[in-house]
Ligand binder design. Sequence first.
Ligand code: NAD
Length: 445
Amino acid sequence: MTDIFSTIIGSPIARRVGVPQPTRLRRYEPGMPLCEGPVLVAGGGRFADGLVTWLGELGIRAIRALDPNPSDSGEATRLGAVVLDLSEARDPQDLDALRVVGAPALRSLARNARVVVIGTDPATLGEVSHVATHRALEGAVRSIAKELRHGATANLVLAQQDSSDGVRSAVEFLLSGRSAYVDGQVIRVDDRTGANADAVRPLAGKVAVVTGAARGIGAEIARVMARDGATVVAVDVPAAGDALAAVANEIRGTALQVDVTAADAGRRIVDHAVTRHGSIDVVVHNAGITRDKLLVNMDESRWGSVMAVNLRSILQLNDAILAPGAMPDGGRIVCVASIAGIAGNRGQTNYGASKAGVIGIVDALSTQLAERGITVNAVAPGFIETDMTARIPFATREIGRRMNSLQQGGTPKDVAETIAWLAQPGAAAVTGQVVRVCGQSLLGA
Ligand code: NAD
C-alpha cells in the first residue's frame, strides 16, 4: 500500500538530499532460501552444534567463526544471519561474547539480515547470577535491534534445558522472510517436541477456522494458512458475505457467515467445521473492531460492542471449540491482540482493555491446556496497513507508521506469517506467548 508520506520521502528530490529511506523488507515467498548468505553460528551453548547440522541439511552454509582477514580473500562475504548461542552463559562476564562476536559480525551483515541470540529462560534458573545474566540478554537484544539498519532484525529465543525442537522452530521462523516485521522480540520455548511433517506445506492436513476473514489481516491469514496447506473455514458477519465468499473461493476453503458475538456462534462454527471437514485443528481469533473515544465521552454502545467482539466472543467460542469432539489434542489457538493492549492508547480504553484481556486469555488458557498439547498464543500487531488504519487521521497515522525500528508500517501478510508459524506442528514448544509484529514499535517497547 502506498501513502502520501512514502511518495514524498521516496521522491528523487528527497533521496538526493539524503532523507532516510525505509528498506524494502524481504518477505517470504514459497521456494525462497531461508536467508541470503551464510549464517554465523557462534557461542558455546547447548544448541549451536545441532543448529549447524540442521542448517547444513537445509543447504545453508553455516560458519563457526568469521574470516579474520576478509580482505585477503577478495570482497568480504555478507552474512545472512548471526545466531549467537549463549544458553550456557553462567555469569555476567560471559555476556562479553555479545561484544566480541557482535561487533565484527554486525559490520558484515547483508541487507535484511537476522541476528538471533539464544539464552536460557530465567524462569527455569535458580542462581541469582544466572538469572541476571539471561535477563540481561533481553536488554542487549532489544538495543541491538534498535542499532541495526537496512531491514535487519534482532530477536531473542529463551529456551529450557532440552528445547532443541522449539529452538529450531523459532530460529527457522526468525531467520526466514516470514518474520520480516518481527523485531526486538523475546520468544520463550519450552521442552516439548514437535516437527513439521511437510517442510513446504507445514499445515497440510489441518483444518483452520479464521474469524474476521472477509478482509484485512483476517483475509491474509486465511490465504497464508491455505498456502501452507490448511483447509480454511473463513468466518465473518453476513454483511461481509460477498467478500467472504470471494476469499473462501480463492483459497478453496469454506465460508461461514456468522457474527462471532451471537449466542450460537460457537455451536455453528463447530458444527460447520466438524461436519464439513472433520475437526478444528487451529482457531485464529482475528475478528476485531475499534470504536475510539476518550473515556470521558465513551458511551455504553462503544464500550460494549468492542468488549463483545474483541474479548467476550473469544471466551464464548473457546468454550464451544474446547468441548469434547471439536479440537483434538495438539490443537492451536492463536489470538490477535494489539500493542494497544500492552502500551495503552489515548482514545482506546475500550480497545486497550479488550486486547489486554486477550493476553489474559493466553496466559490462563495456555497453562490449562498444556496437558492436551494445545498451544495458546497471541500476536500483537503494531501499525499494519489495512482499512482499519487507513481511517486514522493523517498526522497520527504517519507517526504510527514511522515510529519503529524498521521505519515503516507492516503488512497484513507479516501478521499472517507469524500466526501461521505459531499454528505449525513444529511450534509445539511455543505457548503462552505474545509475539509483537510491530517492527519494534516504540509504543509498548
Ligand atoms: P478490519 O476492520 O479490516 O477487518 C476486521 C474483520 O473482522 C472484518 O472483515 C469484519 O467484518 C470482521 N468482524 C468484525 N466484527 C465481527 C463480528 N462480530 N463477527 C465476525 N466478524 C467480524 O480490521 P484489521 O485491521 O484487519 O484487524 C484485524 C485484527 O487485527 C483485529 O482484531 C484488530 O483489532 C487487530 N489489529 C489490527 C491492527 C492494524 O494496524 N490494522 C493493529 C493491531 C491489531
